[in-house]
Design a protein around this ligand. Structure first.
Ligand code: NDP
Length: 291
């Protein structure tokens, strides 16, 4: 029997409607409009699309969005100055530096410069540390999107074996951390390019999350019948089409549930960014005074 398709697009629309109601209530009560500043350096076409989608989503839920655009030859010092200016701007609540950055700029020099209280991507070392300790200030957007898909489709995580393919700082590692927190209670196996016999580990999963950036890497014979399959990957093929890290057509005949690409995890990532921006505005504003 074919898997149930987990529609991230319509779930994200539901969550955005909830956030819009919260933004309206917050703005009514405090006269503050939550604001996300996006920083885009250079002209990467995929980044342009991501930033445009994030800004449109902000506007849909009643938030303000600001775009700071810098040329491809921007120096690290110039970008740092912009980040510091946004840190000091009380009308900006969330700051998003779109990755990847041009080669002359080291992300590890920029991301820790974002004020932790405005770090809505949750990349700052302080926010990563808080997350690992189980008292997060912000939840990283893509991993939290994965958890929302599971939760809102009533898919049990506690006690289940989750196998994650990919150990990046953006997806795999924070997701593993969140899944093993007390109260979430999954058992996690985190795989990467040096993992031995990855296919047999994948077959042991109750929930399989693919986040490696390899088109259609996960084949049907890597998935045990009845597994929940979450595809985080976004890969553009030569013909311009987008595919995930999972061979969707074959795997949907084996899995119990599966996310499509597009319309899967991607829209949830944006919804979680909005949630963090509202949280940043709420945390930074007491009785209408910006702190
Ligand atoms: P990275 O390139 O930062 O990390 C990829 C990870 O996958 C690494 O840990 C790497 O291992 C591992 N890997 C790569 N190839 C293999 C392989 N053949 N076997 C096992 N492990 C492998 O990627 P990201 O985490 O940033 O992104 C992963 C995918 O998710 C991409 O397609 C990206 O576009 C997508 N993405 C989607 C988002 C969304 O909103 N839906 C958000 C963010 C990313 P090692 O560490 O050993 O090199």
């Amino acid at each position: 029997m074919s898997a149930m398709i987990l529609d991230g697009q319509s779930l994200a629309a539901t969550i955005q409607a909830e956030i819009a109601a919260e933004v309206a209530e917050f703005t009514h009560r405090t006269a503050v409009v939550p604001c996300l500043a996006a920083v885009l350096v250079g002209e990467n076409p995929a980044s342009e699309v991501y930033v445009r989608n994030k800004r449109r989503a902000c506007e849909r839920v009643g938030m303000r969005s600001v775009l700071e655009r810098l040329p491809a030859d921007t120096t690290q010092g110039e970008l740092l100055r912009l980040v510091r200016r946004l840190n000091d701007d009380a009308s900006v609540h969330g700051i998003l530096v779109q990755l990847p950055l041009p080669a002359q700029i080291e992300p590890s020099a920029i991301l820790p410069a974002v004020a932790p209280s405005k770090d809505v991507d949750a990349f700052h070392p302080e926010n990563v540390g808080l997350l690992v300790q189980g008292r997060p200030r912000f939840l990283p957007c893509t991993p939290q999107g994965v958890l929302e898909i599971l939760k809102r489709n009533n898919l049990t995580v506690a006690g289940r074996h989750v196998v994650i393919l990919g150990r990046s700082d953006i997806v795999g590692k924070p997701l593993a951390n969140m899944l093993v927190q007390r109260g979430v209670d999954a058992t996690v196996t985190l795989c990467h390019s040096r993992t031995k016999d990855l296919a047999s580990l994948a077959r042991q999963a109750d929930i399989l999350v693919a986040a490696i950036g390899q088109p259609r890497f996960v084949k049907a014979d890597m998935v045990r019948p009845g597994t929940v399959v979450i595809d985080v990957g976004i890969n553009r093929l030569a013909d311009g089409s987008l595919v995930g890290d999972v061979d969707f057509e074959a795997v949907k005949e084996v899995a119990s549930h599966i996310t499509p690409v597009p319309r899967g995890v991607g829209p949830l990532t944006i919804a979680m960014l909005l949630q963090n921006t509202l949280a940043a505005a709420t945390q930074g504003t007491v009785n209408g005074q910006t702190t």
